[in-house]
Design a binder for this molecule. Structure first.
Ligand code: F6R
Length: 609
């Protein structure tokens, strides 16, 4: 996914922008570039491939200037190449722009620009038309020219622009693509994602659709769609620069796995008042509206979808409203039965997943109330939602989601407790007991993490196998899906998750001595049923690793290896049982020498359908 960083201040813009681009690397990109206003002209340097290539290209060249823009590109229109990389310049090389999104009518605009303004295009991109348009309209006022340009562009865009003859002003605009303004001391920023700014500021303005911002080093002027000056919400993000660094760990993924006790604690703490009552200041749904919902949809992709499956159990148990869980890419193509009596819950770490966004729009169009659970503040999903619950997991850099998943589950539990208490479907005693058990979870996750060397040993023995099955029942089957996804995405092993009761309906045919079966048996009510399933695969000579509660010591006779998690409420076991699965995937991928933080073919934010 493309990334934008813009800076105006007193320091060398080049260094600040390149550092910001590095912090956006995790989102995936295929080229990078910068444009710096320098002594009445604009210096552009761009290169295909990683940011290191751009840095090598610049080498010791002195590119001085206190204002500039930078971009990481994920090719859509035009192959990844030096030429197609951003920033793009106008005909006279006096305006530079970076762009995220898509210009839908670029062919028609190109023709118009060629005919009326006699410009010649150098790239295959849609974005170059923006530079050419601004250049054609520019008469000394960059904001005016940008506004004129966007008035005839169709599509989705976040744009940042600088002009060679104005070294004091950076102008940006957004429509259906994220863009935030970072408030610095003696400097200001724009960025597509807060991670780019984490080293410089903690305070941001979230721009709304059709906002334009004019930045100088000591002023920020935001104009709305009617060009009226407005004040936007100031958000204090509270992410430390260290949170986005590896902090001595070999991989972000391991760092993020180890952060899980702390982020679970934080996610709970932010909503629990002094009397132990859950408060969601972010939710504006009143009691009457809550009572009016006759159905809840939870819609998400990948790992977030797995959190949704766990959320269904929590909400149906606590709130007694039927919940359907759907993958976002399927939801809108099946004409879902959504209306004003539907609560639609979207879950997304990035808040930028295009399938999830499209599903939200579908549900919104049919009158549903949209509540989202997301990690990245100010992201597009947040903007499309009526209510937003932030997971407060901090920056998640590794492509494979771990700590975001665990905080999504915590938020879903808290939401179901909150709603259940409000509508009166749970007793005070149950409510209090559940919260008290939840508060013990960070410590219990720590206990699981403390045994990670055991899992590392299993991974060392088994990493070369090519077939892994995850089996479980009830909540465990949702965790199995997540464990299997983690393994396949970072180790490229063909793994498969199945509800254990389904095995005998076909899949058991695949069991043989080369197969690893990871069996989750954490649910008290289903424990004996799981024992039978374990026997079934064991008798086909599969290698079985069982994950179960501490109290179930006798299971070790039926498994090759057993991983124990601390005893806890059945409902809360996913917060513990997923951890060994994350660790197993990590250690296996490490043994197989895979690129753990950036697996092949995957990006952190999936902004294409
Ligand atoms: C897997 C993973 C993906 C994401 C999915 C949705 O580790 O990270 O499956 O969960 O692409 O992304 P978000 O949560 O950003 O909407």
């Amino acid at each position: 996914m493309c990334g934008i960083v813009g800076y105006v201040g007193t320091e060398e813009a080049k260094d600040i922008i390149i550092d910001g681009l590095r912090r956006l690397e995790y989102r995936g990109y295929d080229s990078a570039g910068i444009a710096i206003v320098n002594d009445g002209s604009i210096i552009v340097r761009k290169h295909v491939g990683e940011i290191i290539n751009l840095e090598k290209l610049i080498g010791n060249e002195k590119i001085s200037g206190n204002i500039g823009i930078g971009h990481t590109r994920w090719a859509t229109h035009g192959a990844p190449s030096d030429l197609n990389s951003h920033p793009h310049l106008n005909e006279a090389n006096s305006i530079a722009i970076v762009h995220n999104g898509i210009v839908e009518n670029y062919i028609e605009l190109k023709a118009m620009l060629k005919e009326k303004h006699n410009v010649s295009f150098k790239t295959e991109t849609d974005s170059e038309v923006i530079a050419m348009l601004i250049g054609a309209y520019y008469e000394g006022d960059l904001k005016e020219a940008l506004l004129k340009a966007v008035s005839i562009i169709r599509g989705a865009y976040a744009i940042a622009a600088v002009a060679a003859d104005n070294p004091n002003e950076l102008v940006a605009h957004r429509k259906d693509a994220p863009l935030i303004v970072g408030i610095g001391k003696g400097c200001n920023f724009v960025a597509s994602d807060f991670s780019a700014l984490v080293k410089h500021t903690d305070d941001v303005y979230l721009l709304e659709n059709d906002d334009t911002v004019i930045l100088t080093r000591d002023s920020i002027k935001i104009l709305d769609a009617n060009e009226k000056q407005v004040q936007r919400t100031l958000m204090h993000i509270g992410w430390s620069a260290e949170a986005a660094e590896k902090g001595g760990h070999e991989h972000f993924m391991m760092k993020e796995i180890l952060e899980q006790p702390a982020v679970v604690k934080e996610t709970i703490k932010r909503r629990l008042n002094e009397d132990g009552i859950i408060e969601f200041d972010e939710i504006k749904i009143g009691l009457n509206e809550l009572k009016s919902f006759d159905k809840i949809y939870i819609v998400a992709c990948g790992t977030a979808y797995h959190a949704g499956l766990i959320g269904r159990y929590a909400i149906e148990n606590m709130v007694k409203i039927p919940v359907e869980v759907d993958v976002a890419s399927e939801f809108r193509y099946r004409n879902p039965l959504v209306d004003e009596k539907t609560l639609f819950i979207a879950i997304s770490q990035s808040g930028e997943t295009s399938d999830t966004l499209a599903a939200i729009k579908e549900a919104k169009g049919k009158g549903a109330r949209i509540l989202s659970i997301i990690n990245v503040v100010g992201s597009s999903v947040a903007r499309e939602s009526d209510d937003v619950i932030y997971t407060w997991a901090g920056p998640e850099i590794a492509v494979a989601s771990t700590k975001a998943f665990i905080t999504q589950i915590v938020c879903l539990h808290m939401l179901s407790l909150y709603m259940g208490r409000l509508v009166g479907t749970i007793s005070n005693r149950h409510y209090e007991e559940f919260i008290s058990e939840m508060l013990k979870m960070p410590e219990k996750i720590d206990e699981v993490l403390a045994n990670r060397s055991e899992i590392e040993e299993y991974a060392k023995d088994l990493y070369s196998r090519e077939k892994v099955f995850y089996i479980g029942r009830g909540l465990d089957s949702a965790v199995c899906l997540e464990g299997s996804l983690k393994l396949k995405e970072i180790s490229y092993i063909n793994s498969f998750a199945i509800a254990a009761g389904e095995l005998k309906h076909g899949t058991i045919a695949l069991m043989d001595p080369d197969t690893i079966v990871i069996a989750l048996a954490t649910q008290d009510k289903l424990y004996e049923k799981m024992l039978s399933n374990i026997q079934e695969v064991k008798s086909r000579r599969a290698h079985v690793i069982t994950i179960t509660k501490d109290k179930n010591r006798s299971i070790s006779d039926s498994s090759d290896e057993t991983i124990y998690i601390p005893d806890c409420l059945d409902e809360l076991t996913p917060l513990l049982s997923v951890v060994p699965l994350q660790l197993f995937a990590y250690y296996v991928a490490k043994e197989r020498e895979c690129n753990i933080d950036k697996p092949k073919n995957l990006a952190k934010s999936v902004t294409v359908e």
